[in-house]
Design a protein. Structure first.
Length: 556
């Protein structure tokens, strides 16, 4: 063995054993000990194995690994990897990874263990990423920022659950069922992803260890790279997520036939639970049907929205999991917005429509020029200007291999709060805690300022990906245009704008959005300070109103 990434299973030229299970004169099983002393056997599912082969093939064969060396395969503590060629082109387009719990953990409802099925819908032949020395699934390893070794890029999908497969009630179903990756511009990268969750239930008292999947998708997240700025080195850059929660939709009619999943009948004897080898269909919504099912069949009770304001989310969970909890509490399972260990500790803006009054629609608010969730009762933006709190796939190791830098009392962060006080679906009050002392020092009521909070509602379900990108581009350009108007006002008031030279030269759509907002805010603070020193309250109000109504050009 070397210390290089093990991209291939090791072989052994000695102690090879061959077995003919179906008595047709050629071998169906190869069994040997790998170079790292792990017993393995290959099942020849396409009947092309011959004496002299050192291993099976990865087009339509099955690898069984006796990890605990107890002489059993497809049993407790073992791993199975099965390749399936469904279209008969001689190349696998499906890979099934099974990891069995240990015998002492067999009575747990969920975990440990895995059932993960990769389906190669874009023909790049990338499947699960497995450490072939340990046979463990290492799907979250990557190089650079987000170049995952797992097939998360392009147009692809997988089905996955974190539990031992023999404990599942129906192996045609799954927990992430599916996780879909979309590549509308066909550049080999993912522009948006949809995660469909079938929440498992424990069994009855007599079979409480059985994981019961329901055939109902009750949790959805839809994550988008709104400015389509993913490139090599930054393969994922999701900016916004909508998450739907509630009764959801039944998907049991979404059947997909895979007759070649059925393995060699005579090999069933090696599996303590051979059901996975006997399947000929899987049930899951696919790339085409999922959006329609979400919006036309789904019964939703809540909609969560998050926006990656510090633009550091290089993995889908980082921009989908802010919870409507304590805005200041931070850290894993600490009852704060980032309660989920895979959310961003600081830097995202979360908004919540807890009665689904807005039906998952959006609007670009006239009060700040940002995209917001229509119907949200409240929202919070934890400000992280420098993307310092880089949580998710960097920072300090947290046991998940994901890392996080969490905020504590020694690390305060600014916070902005959004409220819909008149229940019309649009935010009309913003509160600011810019020194992080847990007190909101400033607030702006748009009803009091006589600023109209209403605007056009954007029917999210009707937007194509290109239309979403166009929306984000317009938002960024408008933000920058407002910043330039604010610069002119500041110049007329004698402010030296070149203190903010760093913010005056955006190089991308995202920087126009980011720098445009902050440039306006800094200039607002300067203008208010000058007017306040003159005790000119009318002028102070005019600046505040201009900032919050995109009205800088109206100031003489």
């Amino acid at each position: 063995m070397t210390l290089l990434n093990p991209l291939k299973l090791s072989t052994s030229t000695k102690d090879l054993s061959y077995f003919d299970l179906d008595n047709d004169g050629d071998p169906d099983i190869i069994r040997y000990i790998t170079k790292n002393q792990i017993p393995v056997q290959w099942i020849d599912d396409d009947d092309d194995m011959v004496v002299g082969d050192q291993m099976g093939d990865i087009d339509n064969d099955c690898l069984m690994v006796d990890l605990n060396k107890d002489g059993n395969y497809g049993h407790y503590s073992d791993v199975v990897v099965d390749w399936v060629d469904n279209d008969g082109d001689g190349l696998a387009d499906m890979q099934i990874y099974l990891e069995y719990a240990s015998e002492k953990e067999k009575d747990k409802h969920l975990g440990p263990g895995h059932l993960m099925i990769n389906i190669d819908t874009d023909g790049d032949h990338i499947m699960n990423y497995i450490d072939w020395n340990t046979f463990k699934l290492r799907a979250w390893l990557h190089d650079g920022i987000a170049n995952f070794y797992e097939d998360y890029k392009g147009r692809s999908l997988f089905l996955k659950i974190h539990t031992s497969p023999e404990k599942l009630n129906d192996l045609r179903l799954n927990w992430e069922n599916p996780f879909l990756f979309y590549d509308p511009d066909e550049d080999g990268l993912t522009e948006y992803a949809i995660r469909v969750i079938d929440e498992p239930l424990p069994g009855k008292p007599e079979d409480k260890h059985i994981t019961h999947l329901t055939g109902t998708a009750s949790w959805i997240s839809m994550s988008y790279d709104l400015d389509n700025d993913n490139v090599s080195g930054v393969e994922f850059d999701f900016d916004m997520t909508l998450s739907f929660r509630g009764k959801g939709f039944d998907y049991m009619d979404q059947k997909h036939n895979y007759p070649n999943m059925r393995g060699l009948h005579e090999s069933d004897r090696y599996f303590m639970d051979p059901r996975i080898r006997q399947l000929t269909e899987l049930i899951y919504p696919d790339h085409e049907s999922t959006p329609d099912l979400i919006f036309n069949r789904g019964e939703w009770e809540e909609v969560y929205f998050s926006y990656d304001e510090d633009d550091d989310c290089n993995r889908w969970e980082r921009v989908e999991l802010y919870e409507p909890l304590d805005p200041y509490a931070s850290g894993r399972r600490n009852n704060g917005l980032d309660d989920n260990p895979q959310s961003d500790a600081v830097g995202d803006r979360g908004e919540w429509d807890l009665d689904n009054s807005g039906k998952g629609n959006l609007y670009v608010s006239p009060i700040d020029g940002k995209i917001h969730l229509f119907g949200a009762e409240f929202g919070y933006w934890r400000i992280d200007q420098n993307a310092y709190y880089y949580q998710g796939m960097g920072g300090l190791y947290d046991g998940y291999g994901l890392g996080r830098l969490s905020c504590d009392v020694e690390s305060p962060f600014p916070l902005i709060k959004y409220l819909d006080t008149n229940d019309n679906g649009f935010f009309d009050r913003i509160e600011y805690d810019l020194n992080g002392d847990h007190e909101f020092e400033y607030f702006v009521s748009f009803n009091e300022l006589k600023i109209n909070d209403q605007c056009d509602i954007i029917r999210f379900s009707e937007l194509s990906y290109n239309e979403l990108v166009a929306m984000e581009t317009q938002v960024a350009n408008n933000m920058w245009s407002q910043a330039m108007d604010a610069v002119e006002v500041a110049k007329n008031k004698g402010i030296d704008i070149y203190w903010y030279a760093l913010l005056l030269h955006p190089k991308s759509i995202r920087q126009k959005y980011h720098m445009g907002y902050w440039l306006q805010l800094y200039l607002l603070i300067d203008l208010v300070q000058i007017a306040s020193s003159k005790q000119n309250e009318k002028e102070v109000e005019s600046y505040i109103k201009a900032f919050h109504s995109r009205g800088w050009s109206k100031i003489k």
